[in-house]
Design a protein around this ligand. Structure first.
Ligand code: NAD
Length: 353
């Protein structure tokens, strides 16, 4: 049994679905169901005998302690976070609450649990913390990609709060001997991505005939990884990562935002041509850049490749095509998420059950 936090979010729900499809091992999912948490993503596994959903907060130490005592997981994987940079600029408080204080409370509960385990179980136990490349700050255009030794220079309240949680995780290993693993991953894309983030926002706005807002000159560079590849990296680190180590996870796919938007438009032109002719790219609208916008992130993934033999299965070309197709094939999911109706929809499913 493993305990996952934030498993109703974008990456978490992809991970939960993969895990239950392939591993034969049970999973408890603790999620607060913020605006970003959507149980509809997990509808296909709600009745899986190995799946337990718990509605709750990682900052509720008593609840986490109860769950650990009841389910005796061999690992805890922390996906739960406030994750949207723009939201962190407008209201940073929630980011500090969940990403810093919540992570601290979670670590405290896990430390007590781990100390209570018999030696052999304690030896095998792992706490895996899912983090971001944004903790490293912005790179100059010609600078080498981020290695695990790159200094932390977070620039947004989001990345600063994630950096704080990474440091707490490290400290719990160093001070208390908690067997931790940390992954710092580049930008993910794929199914179930909330349409406030660049790729799903562009797809749903393009289909709705709305403007495609591109910050500044659109030349901010990000490294993109298909979410299924992030999930496989996390599984690999959990299986074979060395305790106390950090693994950078990335797809060697550095691309400027404007190129991403143009690629999506070209795919939509092919897969869902505009009724009146023309290209979706005509909807691109440049908007004022966000404050403190980092210019470039790039991940050097050689450590996880060399030590753990992990490689991404998708190229950017195959992954983005799969993603665009998924949004085209799931208009009801998009509509319910955009209207907030997924909350009522999912409540109704459980009333009926
Ligand atoms: P998301 O915003 O889609 O999902 C976050 C999930 O956490 C939601 O289900 C939400 O309900 C839950 N949650 C929030 N606060 C909680 C709390 N206090 N207690 C319990 N649950 C809570 O985020 P995501 O994009 O899936 O990211 C997951 C993790 O991966 C985050 O830690 C993020 O920093 C990290 N990450 C994300 C990316 C990316 O590109 N999305 C890249 C690298 C790392």
């Amino acid at each position: 049994m493993i305990l996952v936090t934030g498993g109703a979010g974008f990456i978490g729900s992809n991970f939960v679905l993969d895990w239950l499809a392939g591993s034969g091992e049970g999973l408890v999912n603790l999620d607060k169901l913020t605006y970003a948490g959507n149980r509809e993503n997990l509808r296909s596994v709600e009745k899986h005998p190995g799946y337990v959903f718990v509605h709750g907060d990682i900052g509720d130490q008593g609840l986490v302690e109860q769950l650990l005592a009841r389910h005796q997981p061999r690992a805890v994987l922390n996906f739960a976070a406030e994750s949207h940079v723009d939201r962190s600029i407008h209201s940073p408080g929630g980011f500090i609450e969940t990403n810093v204080v919540g992570s601290f409370r979670l670590l405290e509960a896990v430390r007590g649990y781990c100390d209570s385990l018999p030696a052999a179980q304690r030896e095998a136990f792992r706490f895996l913390h899912v983090s971001t490349d944004e903790v490293y700050g912005s790179l100059a255009p010609d600078a080498p990609a981020f290695t695990e030794d790159h200094k932390y220079e977070p620039n947004s309240p989001y990345s600063a709060s994630k950096a704080a949680s990474d440091h707490l995780v490290r400290a719990y290993c160093h001070t208390y001997g908690l067997p931790v693993l940390t992954t710092n991953c580049s930008n993910n894309y794929g199914p179930y991505h909330f349409p406030e983030k660049l790729i799903p926002l562009m797809i749903v706005n393009a289909l709705a005939g709305k403007p495609l807002p591109v910050y500044g000159d659109g030349q901010q560079v990000r490294d993109w990884l298909y979410v299924g590849d992030h999930c496989s990296a996390i599984r690999r680190v959990l299986e074979a990562g060395r305790v106390g180590e950090t693994y950078n996870v990335g797809g060697w796919n550095e691309k400027p935002n404007l190129e991403i938007v143009r690629t999506i438009c070209a795919l939509l032109d092919e897969l869902r041509p505009k009724a009146g002719g023309g290209s979706h790219a005509e909807q691109v609208t440049f908007v004022k850049d966000r404050p403190g916008h980092d210019r470039r992130y790039a991940i050097d993934a050689r450590k996880i490749e060399r030590e753990l033999g992990w490689r991404p299965a998708e190229s950017f070309e195959t992954g983005i095509r799969k993603t665009v197709r998924w949004y085209l094939e799931n208009p009801d999911w998009v509509a319910r998420v955009q209207s907030g109706a997924y909350r009522q929809w999912i409540a109704a499913q459980y009333e009926q059950a």
